[in-house]
Write a protein that binds this ligand. Structure first.
Ligand SMILES: *Cc1c(COP(=O)(O)O)cnc(C)c1O
Ligand code: SF4
Length: 334
């Protein structure tokens, strides 16, 4: 399946380069010029504001409580330290086997392909991850592939990051081709938020290599609110499922964003309407700077009970908590 793709800047790369970084610009676009909130210092310490214009277009103007706006706007409250929130809440640093490879669970490994994302979600559990030492693209590609080739129990390779789809199609096609050469690898899984936040990324060249690999393909998107799913998103999700990708979604349970049962019901219904199965509903990972997004366990369980009463079982995502050292993501049964 070797095919060289254009190396000239693609339109999605230009759109990404034009993403908004300045909180004042975002406030102006949101028609919130007199918004009194102070801005977090974290944006100067490596976790900047970043949001593509098309995502801002889906926000309700003039509404400081818009659920999309709240996911990306760096409030000063992020700077408050909370002793129960850490820099590496899910033990990613200790689960690192070779640089760029995380293996926590049997049968699947996760590749940190890049540290970059098209959007910066303020609750991100990897907001402090030292990507420059870890991402697998440049120096460690070979080592990561060797690691996978040596362990025949690995059936699935998860491309993660950051967001793997910010890499060029040449790089991705190349990686996938090397994975195809490893006989025990049966499928690739792509953890990406780009079909949601930068749908134009799902372009012809991406669809080409994705359609032409012999590996099975699973795509796990990340969306937290039905308002994120507009017509452009619907259209690229259809293209992905038309070429035979299995589509799932993960959501993070977030205070003021989706911590109401109607919001979660709407999200599941909307996902199914557009061909995506709800997979996980994650409890927030306790990363420093994200404490104000936390939904406590009692509230989460009560919400979940109502969710299960309102939806068919196949539209109820599994409520899970990631725990460092555990053999899988822990379902929160009650
Ligand atoms: C979440 C995660 C996975 C995937 O877990 P599934 O339950 O298979 O979705 C794999 N590896 C790592 C390191 C993870 O954090
Ligand atoms: S897209 Fe995912 S990895 Fe990127 S900032 Fe958002 S939550 Fe973090």
């Amino acid at each position: 399946m070797i095919k060289q793709f254009l190396d000239s800047p693609q339109s999605w790369q230009i759109t990404l380069a034009n993403a908004i970084h300045d909180p004042k610009e975002l406030l102006a676009l949101m028609e919130l010029d007199s918004y009194p909130q102070e801005i977090s210092k974290s944006i100067e310490r490596g976790f900047s504001l970043r949001v593509p214009h098309s995502y801002v277009a889906r926000m309700k103007k003039g509404d400081p409580n818009d659920p999309l706006f709240l996911q990306v706007f760096p409030l000063a409250i992020e700077d408050k330290t909370d002793p129960s929130f850490s820099l590496d809440p899910v033990g990613d640093l200790t689960a690192t086997t070779v640089p760029g490879v995380l293996q926590k669970y049997i049968g699947r490994v996760l590749l940190i392909t890049t540290g970059a994302c098209a959007i910066h979600c303020r609750y991100c559990f990897r907001r402090h991850f030292p990507y420059t030492e870890h991402h697998a693209v440049k120096n460690y590609w070979r080592e990561a592939l060797q690691y996978i080739a040596q362990d025949s129990s690995i059936k699935e390779v998860i491309l993660s990051g950051g967001d793997p789809l910010v890499l060029s199609d040449n790089r991705l096609a190349n990686l996938v081709q090397k994975l195809e050469d490893i006989p025990h690898v049966k499928r690739i899984r792509i953890h990406t938020r780009l079909p949601i936040v930068l749908p134009e990324r799902i372009n012809e060249s991406l669809l080409y290599w994705l359609a032409n690999t012999s590996l099975q393909r699973v795509i796990v998107i990340h969306t937290n609110h039905a308002n994120e799913i507009d017509q452009n998103v619907v259209s690229v999700l259809r293209k992905l499922s038309d070429i035979g990708c299995y589509l799932f979604n993960q959501t993070v349970l977030l205070r003021r964003i989706n911590d109401e049962v109607d919001t979660l019901v709407n999200l599941s219904e909307r996902l199914f309407e557009v061909g995506v199965i709800p997979y996980y509903l994650h409890m927030l990972d306790k990363v420093q700077g994200a404490a104000h997004f936390e939904v406590d366990l009692i509230k989460a369980q009560s919400l979940y009970k109502k969710l299960r009463a309102q939806l068919p079982g196949y539209l109820v995502p599994l409520l899970v908590q990631e725990q460092a050292g555990a053999p899988n993501k822990l379902p929160l049964f009650f």
